[in-house]
Design a protein around this ligand. Sequence first.
Ligand SMILES: Nc1ncnc2c1ncn2[C@@H]1O[C@H](COP(=O)(O)OP(=O)(O)OP(=O)(O)O)[C@@H](O)[C@H]1O
Ligand SMILES: [Mg+2]
Length: 1001
Amino acid sequence: MLFCDVSGSTGLGERLDAESVREIMLGYFGEMRRAIERHGGTVEKFIGDAVMAVFGVPVAHEDDAVRAVRAALDMGDRLVELNAQFDERFGVRLAVGIGLFSGEVVAGDASRGEALVTGDAVNIAARLEQAASPGEILLGEPTYRLVRHVAEVERVESIDAKGKSEPVPAYRLLSVASGRSESVRPAGGQMVGRTKEFGALRAVFSDVVTHRGCRLCVVLGEAGIGKSRLAAEFQKTIAATVVYGRCLPYGEGITYSPLAQIVKQAAGIRDEDSVEAARSGISALLASDPQGSRIALVLAQALGLMAGAASSEDIAWAARKFLEALARDGPVVVCLDDLQWAETGFLDLIESTAALSSGLPILLLGLARPELLLQRPRWEALRLEPLAAGEAAQLVVELADLDDGTRSRVIAKAGGNPFFVEELVAAVVEEPELELPATLDALLSARLDRLRPIERLLIERAAVEGEVFHRGAVEALSDDVSGPSITAALDALAAAELVRPAQSSFAGDVSFRFRNILIRDAAYRGIAKKVRAQLHERFANWLLEAVGERVAEHEEVLGYHLEQSYRSLTALGNADAHALLVAGRAAGWLASAGRRAFGRGDMAAAAGLLRRAASLLQVDPPRRLELLPELGKACRFAGDRTGAEAALREAVDQAATLGDRRLMTLSRVEHTFMRLYTDPGVETEDAIRVAEEALGIFAELDDERGLAQAWALIGHANWLLCRGARMEEAFTRALECTQRAGDPREQGWVLRMLALVYYHGPTPVERAIERCEDIVRLGQGHGAIEVSTRAKIAGLEAMRGRFDIARELYLQCRKVGEEFGLGPVLAALPNYSGPIELLAGDLDAAERELRTGFEALQALGETSTLSTNAALLARTLELQGRLDEAERFTILSEQKASADDVASQITWRGVRARILARRGRLEEAQRLARDGAGIAARTDFLVWRGETLLDLAQVLWLSGDAAAFSASAEEALRFFDAKGHVVLRDLTRAVIAKPVALGTP
Ligand SMILES: Nc1ncnc2c1ncn2[C@@H]1O[C@H](COP(=O)(O)OP(=O)(O)OP(=O)(O)O)[C@@H](O)[C@H]1O
Ligand SMILES: [Mg+2]
């Protein structure tokens, strides 16, 4: 910040007319502005006679402070020339005082007409300017530190500044060395090499712009090779909105952290904004999007700004829509750094954005170390290789003036890694005789060892927070160090290029970023375990205070730090009462984060977080037990059967030992659930008995959540048995319980099961449709619920003969499903649309639908939906008279279908029976048809029962048994009638009236 004001003028106002004063001031303002701009500054505004200017906004440079002091001196020189003219023409001279101060400021966005810069630095700069006598240039401490390598100054008396308890140190600027600014240490050098890579990135970018599409491109390379730098330099050369999100190296857990950074950045949200303000910031950005409020709602949930169970698919959809909204104003580059640490859920989000977004220019620019390829081997990647020897030499020359021998030693050792080059140069500049360490890590440690003790202390404390850290946090961890000493040390670290100023996420706080995370890691490694334990805990306390009500966004981070604290304590054998307290707190945050992950269906993340929480609670068995059923469930959904089994077995045993009836019952229910899913030997009736017993206990304990689980278990067991009426009752009760318990994460699943039973079960079509409409409403725009339920409504509409509506609906489902990227739901859709076309009598359309589904399911490696699809395809082909093909699909269905997959089992039998009968193999045909009808008869899925009987009737007719034919068809008719299946009812009636119409080729 630079302030300049007219601090002395010889009788300006009294002696001159307004006209002349104006001319003088315009001349003065114009010259000052030119001087400022010549050095890369921006005039913010004129306040009276004062000029306020900034350097390093919006784009910060390494040498902003140097530019500013040069500008200040230049302004003085200009004024000398101006005064000569003023004196001659008006007989006056102006004298100005200038104040300079460096620090974090909040800058408005000039493109939106906001130009104001605010912050402490502004006030102090203004104070310095007021304190400056005519002709004097005063610098504050941070500015001085940034320029002392080129500037000559003199310490003057400290000044008082408003809002500062201590006087602010001040320095008078005397002179600045001219020419290229020489830092005390070699600063980040000019970019060298990488022309090929720039070209490649530019080609991808212009492809994105010309084709208005979304592309994903990752730059891969080892640590320090220059990925982040390449991206930063690339951004400067293109006209695009750039948003940046970085994955945190916290291991499991913070799936959407990069998304949160991007959204907050784009919407201008700061960490201390209220939840309300944050949410309205997001909404404002989406105001012109017709789906804006929905997108904002889902994003708010993803960021933890509000409770809710937006699913991973919903979040991916909202993220995509958000980026598309940004891209409407011009190309967008989404820079995603350190993707090697991304959670699977986030990688999926990136993939689906790239696959599904179209029509708008979006470049997803990923940066990652090569291990990312293990997870995503097929991503388009640009390999960043080491610099060529010539380029490395160029970089060395950029950085320092070394003798030939040293230069060659550095180049040979660095192996083309620019970060290694920088560090080696820094080391030899400090200690020319240094024996060069062989590895980067050793080099970094050695470098940190040479820091002054206070700087060393503070860089370690900073490393506790992470790659980006806040001054406030460092302060909170350093109550043994005075404020000015902290400032001085941080400035020194910045001047040494170990850290750089960064965008702070808290107003009024300053933040920094380690130049490279390897420096952070090296600093962190230097901290003794005992100290680590304290620092992590204190950091968590600081963060908790700093984030206020917005704590939900930071749960994983809080949990992580407390977890680290506890781990450090136990590593030292200090499992005392305090350690246990820390473990408990850590577990609390991790468990809460795990439950949120569970709520959005991010089961891998949920299982990871809950497992960490449970592991911390080893010391607190009752609380650990509390988590185990949930952990078991998350593992089950995440496909980790062993994990689920272990958690649930322990839960059952432990609950028995502790005599906790509620948890014992809950664990048992959950365990039974798991076995129903995974263990073919388990008896469904046993499962129902367990659940019924649980109902009694939960009712006694007044535990709605428990009741919901028990009802859901009964519902699920009845689904396996295809007993619709009981299933409907159980899931209806489960729904009521989840609603009373306020448990949205359970509710989504229950709703989908209910839609299933309205479609298949005995509920008559009319009412089933109404109920399904209710479900869509209750699903509140949850993509998967909406699509799967509407598919059922489509099927039900077709049953009552409204084919246009049915078709309209399934097409709409397809659109929504594509929009949300619901691959599996989409692949299952033809199992509804196919039968609709069959009922409508359009066999070609039915075949088309089913074949599309067949291919999609095969691609997914899915078998259970596939076996039903194959059976339906067989039915279509049989009706077309293509018996051989039809038979092949019945065989496929038979091979793929599991024993309890009733839909497949009855359909392939029915169709095969018809084929056999048409070929005259009547006995076999009858046996198969009766088997099918027998299986269906164990259920109350009315349409299945009717259809199997109709198949049987067909076989009987071809067998020449008219009486049995009528009996069978009449019975089928009753089922269709009961369901309200108008189409098959009428068809069956027609067949009974004129049997010959059936099945003659
Ligand atoms: N082509 C280059 N010319 C000059 N300096 C470079 C170049 N590439 C990288 N650097 C410097 O090397 C250092 C390391 O680069 P950077 O931080 O981009 O590495 P990275 O690949 O992102 O590493 P990490 O995997 O640890 O994040 C930085 O200080 C950067 O400024
Ligand atoms: Mg990097």
